[in-house]
Design a protein around this ligand. Sequence first.
Ligand code: NI
Ligand code: MN
Length: 228
Amino acid sequence: MPKLTYLSHSAFLVENDGDTIAIDPFLTGNPLAPVRVGDIHPNWIILTHGHGDHIGDALTLAKRDDATIIAPFELATYCEMHGAKAHPMYIGGSREFPFGRVKMTIAHHGSSVTEGNTIIYTGNPVGILLTMKGVTLYHSGDTGLFYDMKLLGEMNEIDVAVLPIGDNFTMGIDDAVKAVELLQPGLAIPMHYNTFDLIKADPQEFVDKVKENGYKARILGFGESLDY
Ligand code: NI
Ligand code: MN
């Protein structure tokens, strides 16, 4: 049974059978992060897009622990150019890795890395379906609501969906509630809120509205784990 740990913002750890997969590991500079870079030791890192609050500490972790970064093609190339091992993928593609299956899905957002006064575009952003031990986690990445979530829900039995609720850059609460209806996950967990003033949101309001709508949701605390 894989274990999911929420590291705040969009950062999660998934642990299973000796593998540790970090998703969007933004710890340094994240005021809500319950752990520091030295506390986690992933052997795989999955990135949804290049923004600083998602690539986070990925390069540091990958180089320190010889972990492989799985990312959309341009972002994977950027990581390789900066000395990390990377595996490129893209939207619609799936692949069986030693730890499980990853499929990249669409996300409506941007993707870039800012270096000094330069913005380096890193392709398209993605969401991720991660299947291990027969259970599927959907991490939407940063995205607005899109109706193809219905297709994702029809074609995948999603056990846990983690969805942004912070508004401004991504879905807000009401759109995320609609996303749950489209995806039909076994459980919905809110993410991408309260890290900065711009994305202040009440996760309990999301949970209450999802439940009113007939679906399951819960808050995962910062540093809290869940076997799923
Ligand atoms: Ni972003
Ligand atoms: Mn973000």
